[in-house]
Design a protein around this ligand. Structure first.
Ligand SMILES: [Zn+2]
Length: 267
């Protein structure tokens, strides 16, 4: 375990942001904030069992593999967070109570218990902030080329919550908050092209200010088209599922962007 207060990323720890297709000239910018489950060396194993690190509490199972495929299909840059959301949740605002969760879906995280404000802020400054600064710079680059950026963030959700026993029938969730332009258009496209898919709109998770960061900060504040999507993780546990869902996401968002463009006179 670490010495208290000595959180730092070492030379052999990965960078707090991995960018795929960084030089791609696309209007799309993709994010996967819960893609990784790495833990910086200074935190040891957070006191958490290896098997727990394979669960959705540590990362969005399957989401990174889907996001990589969507990024390839759209020829778009993808910003992946390699560190586990148990280290610091990159889709939470700094003031969220579960920015660095002490308990997640019934599992205690010993390495996160009783952190001081300073300890929390070290993790935020070294992982959360540089990740989102990289995303901001990426969006600025799209704007500088004279294009309106389109933000897509890709997540997964667990079919069963262990703590509550809740079972989810929904397969795919499209989420937004204040600006539903792109989300509604994508919902329309999914229903039209994939009528068999059980799709939820802001169900099981709506976008909120306290439980999200990417959409409120990068999407809403900039006033650019944006959407958060989540695939149920048991559907993307193998390559066939990841390929299938990447195709569903990439084809429907492409069509959805075309649908919102003329009405809002984007370009
Ligand atoms: Zn997520």
């Amino acid at each position: 375990m670490s010495e208290r207060g000595s959180f730092y990323l070492g030379n052999d720890d990965p960078s707090p942001v991995e960018i795929l297709h960084a030089k791609a000239h696309s209007e799309f910018l993709l994010m996967c904030e819960h893609g990784g489950r790495k833990v910086p060396k200074c935190l040891g194993d957070l006191g958490v069992d290896r098997s727990e690190m394979d669960r959705h509490i540590a990362y969005d199972v399957g989401a990174e593999a889907v996001a990589r495929r969507v990024a390839s299909a759209l020829c778009a840059p993808l910003f992946i967070q390699p560190y586990s959301r148990l280290v610091v949740d990159c889709n939470r605002p700094p003031e969220a109570a579960d920015l660095i969760p002490e308990v997640s879906d019934g599992t205690k995280i010993p390495g996160n218990l009783g952190l001081t404000r300073e300890e929390q802020s070290l993790r935020f400054e070294q992982i959360h902030r540089p990740f989102h600064e990289a995303v901001s710079a990426g969006l600025d680059r799209v704007t500088a080329r004279g294009q309106q950026p389109v933000l897509l963030t890709i997540h997964s959700f667990t079919p069963i919550m262990r703590r509550t026993g809740e079972v989810r029938e929904i397969e795919f969730c499209i989420s937004c908050n204040r600006d539903d332009r792109l989300a509604k258009a994508m919902l329309f496209e999914v229903r039209a092209a994939y009528p068999a898919v059980n799709v939820g709109f802001n169900d099981p998770y709506p976008v909120t200010d306290m439980e999200d960061y990417a959409i409120p900060v990068h999407g809403e504040r900039r006033g650019i088209p944006h959407v958060l999507v989540e695939v149920r993780s048991d559907l993307i546990s193998d390559e066939a599922g990841q390929t299938k869902w990447a195709h569903i996401v990439s084809s429907t968002i492409r069509a959805a962007v075309e649908r919102v463009k003329p009405r809002d006179a984007m370009s």
